[in-house]
Design a protein around this ligand. Structure first.
Ligand SMILES: Cc1cc2nc3c(=O)[nH]c(=O)nc-3n(C[C@H](O)[C@H](O)[C@H](O)COP(=O)(O)OP(=O)(O)OC[C@H]3O[C@@H](n4cnc5c(N)ncnc54)[C@H](O)[C@@H]3O)c2cc1C
Length: 372
């Protein structure tokens, strides 16, 4: 029997494997297609904060950005390319946001070099910008490194049964604790209040004679990686879904969109597209991630003593699946959020440290139950 079984070997699952491995727990990791085969394998994996005026998502991503830059550098430095990050406003409204961000930021801001500003097209040059230290990780390699001490099983998990104090997986494996890290795929435990949307994305690696040492973000991100190529990404396509759209995805249309958006920022010369990556990001309906226990809606609703109409429901009263947790809904910030969230989750499971109610799946149960 394993201490922890993780279902899904994307950046969330691999970070959870690493966090429990650090605590000397035995970990078994399931993925139907292998490590970083879902959204994580498609990611540009830029490590950047969220440039907005205010809000809890901005604050969360700020904390996660500071944490994850340090985490990747300390533990997986060979998979991290540190590069100055230049974020350029798209329009006047964005300029105001950046100005306000700069005034209030606690991050160390930099002055972009003349060399990088010379690369920009005139419109991008005239826009407000912000420059700080950021990075890019090699998505697949870092996921492999994080999960190297876990037992990897390349299998689709189809059955999950709790019996006699342990979880039985696919009628073969057993574990005390299960963590669902299944991204935008069909959820294994079907609870009506858990709804995630998959947002399709496409990014490319290109070779170009233009030398760009910065991670530049405007309409798309344009970043150097260790092997001398530039990563350009990503599109946000809400109309295409690999499981429901009949028409196949048009890769040329995606490439054209990426190159057109990149050309609004930089003059890239002698471009050769060398790789395409596509995948789904998984987002929640309030944009905040979901980590923690899953409420059993049927049993909680059946417990007639609970009042769901109150303004501040007590989440501790809800019934949850025993030793079953989820980590999901990182949207476009999976590589920034996952190290931070996996640390919160492992501390919660191992020592009972409370997770903020703004992050737990119970918040969606509370809203759903109120409407009934
Ligand atoms: C094009 C693109 C660019 C992106 N760029 C960035 C970026 O620059 N920076 C950043 O921080 N984030 C980026 N993201 C977002 C980031 O990739 C996601 O937030 C992150 O990958 C989500 O990770 P995950 O582990 O939750 O899901 P996934 O990586 O999708 O992993 C879920 C895994 O679960 C497996 N699985 C599902 N169900 C089962 C089952 N029943 N049995 C076994 N296995 C199962 C799947 O095979 C899959 O491998 C980008 C995403 C895309 C698509």
């Amino acid at each position: 029997m394993y201490d922890v079984a993780i279902i899904g070997a994307g950046v969330n699952g691999c970070n959870v494997a690493h966090a429990f491995g650090e605590e000397k727990k035995s970990v078994i990791l399931f993925d139907m297609d292998g490590i970083a085969s879902g959204g994580s394998g498609a990611a540009g994996a830029f490590i950047a904060p969220k440039f907005s005026k205010s809000g809890e998502l901005k604050e969360l991503i700020h904390d996660a950005f500071v944490y994850s830059m340090d985490f990747y550098e300390k533990n997986f430095s060979s998979h991290l390319t540190k590069a100055p990050l230049l974020h350029i406003a798209q329009d006047e409204n964005d300029s105001e946001i950046l100005k306000s961000y700069k005034e209030n930021s606690t991050l160390k801001l930099k002055i972009p070099s003349k060399k990088v500003l010379e690369l920009l097209v005139p419109h991008a040059k005239s826009q407000e910008n912000i420059c700080l230290n950021g990075g890019v990780v090699n998505a697949k390699a870092v996921c492999e490194a994080m999960s190297k001490n876990a037992k990897l099983v390349k299998e689709k998990v189809e059955s999950l049964v709790y019996d006699d104090g342990m979880w039985i997986i696919n009628e073969t494996y057993s574990a005390k604790v299960v963590v669902l890290a299944t991204g935008a795929y069909e959820t294994l435990i079907k609870e009506p209040y858990i709804q995630l949307r998959g947002i399709w994305g496409h990014r490319i690696d290109i070779k170009t004679t233009t030398q760009n040492p910065y991670s530049i973000h405007q309409f798309v991100s344009i970043s150097p990686s260790k092997d001398g190529v530039l990563a350009i990404g990503a599109t946000h396509n809400v109309h295409y879904h690999p499981q429901t759209t009949i028409e196949p995805y048009d890769i040329n249309e995606g490439r054209a969109e990426l190159l057109e958006k990149a050309s609004r920022t930089l003059n890239l010369e002698n471009i050769e597209i060398i790789r395409d990556y596509t995948g789904l990001r998984s987002g929640s309906f309030d944009y905040m991630p979901l980590i923690g226990s899953l409420v059993i809606s049927k049993e909680t609703l059946a417990c007639g003593t609970l009042s769901f109409k109150t303004k501040k429901p007590n989440h501790d009263e809800y019934m949850t699946y025993p030793n079953l947790y989820m980590i999901n809904g990182n949207g476009g910030y999976g590589f920034v959020l996952a190290p931070y969230l996996a640390n919160l989750l492992s501390k919660h499971v191992l020592s009972g440290k409370k997770i903020s109610e703004r992050l737990t799946p119970a918040r969606f149960f509370a809203r759903w139950a109120k409407k009934l």
